[in-house]
Design a protein around this ligand. Structure first.
Ligand code: QUE
Length: 342
């Protein structure tokens, strides 16, 4: 069937579960305006329906839970100077993120593929983030000169372990991709269930008792994040990008050189903005974080790095962005403060 005939969000009631299927598989279920409206409607309906005991969120197509937001459309709007469309998109997306955090019933995401950016936003504020060995979670926004949004300025500074929110800074700045087990270790995900057990888990959840998830979990196999944790905490606890680069230099390992190379490819403006965002987010509640993020979208989508980053990664795919300014060393702290509106 022609995909245009299908709904991009399919919501329904099965047994005692409200189910939400993100259904734009050719775009890896990246959230567009219509899908966000679909979430908002489903949330309102499931919240007030006494027949619904819990909600299950899934991605169609077998490859992705949700790859992010429809950033190509946002770039087009930015290039047209259509600030109203950009404002409408982020306002409605962040309202959904907040409504999920405030949702009074279990909100259970079954993450069996790519889950980045906007996908994190529709899962991380819920009660259960179930991941499989095929899950891949990340906040990759510094590569396209956005910043960790969808309420992750609240979540990332609160990930367990380590003074100074090192894990959150590491994930936000490098865009590190975490496999399912690593995502549980980091605290982004809550339960590890092998893919082969997901159909049985889903069937059991339709009876309306979220605690059945515990019958399907498997011990998290060691998957490399724990072995990086000490180095992450040594290198990413710093207050500034300069501190972090200096700590990576002092670390002197192949891992540290790799992280330095990754950071050197990201938008310098976006890295400084992201670090400032996480520092401020650590002291705000979720609504305060979402308001801060919304204010920041106005300045960040106007900055030339955003259109250039989306061009390099998603439009031309040359992965050769030309950032303005090109290096961390050339960043003007006053220009960053101005982007926060303070
Ligand atoms: C950084 C990002 C995003 C990204 C890649 C990055 C992002 C995003 C997408 C994406 C992927 C597939 C799609 C799509 C968007 O990729 O936010 O529409 O089909 O949404 O390196 O922040």
């Amino acid at each position: 069937m022609d995909q245009s005939m299908e709904q991009s969000v399919v919501a329904g009631v099965e047994g005692r579960a409200g189910t939400i299927l993100m259904n734009r598989p050719r775009a890896l279920n990246a959230l567009d305006t219509g899908m966000i409206a679909g979430f908002a409607e489903a949330i309102a309906r499931f919240r007030d329906d006494p027949a619904v005991a819990l909600v299950i969120v899934e991605g169609a197509g077998g490859r992705a839970f949700c790859a992010g937001g429809d950033v190509r459309a946002i770039r087009d709007a930015a290039l047209r100077g259509d600030a109203a469309e950009i404002e409408a998109f982020f306002t409605s997306e962040y309202a959904v993120n907040r409504a999920i955090a405030e949702f009074p019933k279990p909100w259970i995401s079954l993450i069996d593929g790519v889950c980045m950016g906007g996908g994190i936003g529709v899962s991380v504020h819920g009660s259960h983030r179930v991941v499989t060995e095929h899950a891949l979670l990340a906040m990759p926004e510094t590569a396209i000169a956005l910043f960790p949004d969808v309420g992750t300025s609240y979540s990332l500074p609160r990930l367990p372990g380590g003074a100074g929110g090192a894990m959150g800074k590491f994930l936000a700045l490098t865009g590190a991709r975490l496999r399912g087990p690593q995502a549980v270790e980091a605290g982004l995900a809550t339960h590890y269930v092998p893919r082969e057990r997901l159909p049985a888990l889903r069937a059991a959840l339709l009876e309306g008792d979220a605690s059945v998830v515990d019958r399907f979990i498997q011990a998290v196999p060691p998957d490399g994040l724990e072995s990086q944790r000490a180095a992450i905490e040594r290198c990413f606890a710093g207050e500034t990008i300069g501190d972090i680069l200096a700590a990576l230099e002092a670390e002197g390992t192949d891992w540290a050189r790799e992280q330095t190379a990754i950071l050197r490819r990201m938008s310098p403006t976006s890295m400084v903005v992201s670090l400032g965002l996480l520092r401020r987010g650590a002291a705000l509640d979720l609504p305060g974080c979402l308001e801060m993020e919304l204010r920041l979208t106005r300045a960040v989508t106007r900055h030339p790095d955003f259109a250039e980053g989306v061009r390099a990664v998603l439009v031309d795919k040359d992965n050769a962005p030309r950032w303005t300014p090109p290096t961390i060393e050339e960043i003007d702290p006053a220009a960053i403060r101005a982007m926060f509106g303070a």
